[in-house]
Write a new protein. Structure first.
Length: 198
């Protein structure tokens, strides 16, 4: 997760919420001038993590030198460039708008739900609002792990036709499509009319 405030402030909020974290760890590499520069700083949220699923804050340095990113582009600029490219391609052949939901399995829904709600400032309910567009749903599971990602698409009919033509349509409930892929479940839902298309 990218912290909404500077990492130190976000970790202060985490501590106030009663969630423990590892001390921040900085990752560095050399830039094209041979100077050692910071790429990003991570802080693992221990109470939300397990060996099977690591949850952490990642604060990118504005001048990260990681290839193939242009060193002149800040993370905010890179994100805007990628968003513009997605818009220019109209979300590609599936018409993807963006991430809408994360479904996470956990052996302790009550404790993890309380911690995530404290972190997100979300009220009790079935789903936890991570952002205005993205929700987290906790479901029973033997291990802590992300079970599925749901992406909003411009048109289920268009996405359905594309997946079916390539034998990639695993399931179709009429309101949700499942992509045939190994491991992580990828689901597609039609973008809500209440949410403006980016």
């Amino acid at each position: 997760m990218e912290p909404a405030q500077p990492l130190s402030e976000s970790l202060g909020w985490v501590n106030e919420a009663g969630i423990t974290n590892k001390p921040p760890r900085t990752f560095q590499s050399e830039n094209t001038q041979g100077e050692l520069v910071t790429n990003f700083t991570n802080a693992v949220l221990l109470d939300l993590s397990a060996p099977s699923c690591c949850v952490f804050f990642c604060e990118w340095d504005p001048h990260a030198a990681i290839y193939p990113w242009s060193e002149a582009a800040t993370p905010v600029h890179r994100r805007a460039q990628h968003r513009q490219a997605l818009l220019h391609r109209e979300g590609g052949p599936l018409g993807i708008i963006g991430l809408r939901a994360i479904r996470m399995g956990t052996p302790d829904i009550e404790t993890l739900g309380r911690q995530w709600r404290a972190l997100a400032g979300s009220h009790s309910g079935h789903s936890i609002a991570l952002t205005p567009d993205i929700s987290l749903e906790l479901v029973p599971g033997r291990h802590l792990r992300i079970e599925s990602l749901s992406f909003g698409v411009r048109s289920l009919a268009v996405a359905r036709a594309f997946l079916a033509s390539r034998l990639l349509l695993q399931a179709d409930t009429g309101n949700e499509l499942s992509v045939a892929c190994e491991g992580l479940q990828i689901r597609l839902v039609e973008a809500s009319p209440a949410l403006p298309l980016p």
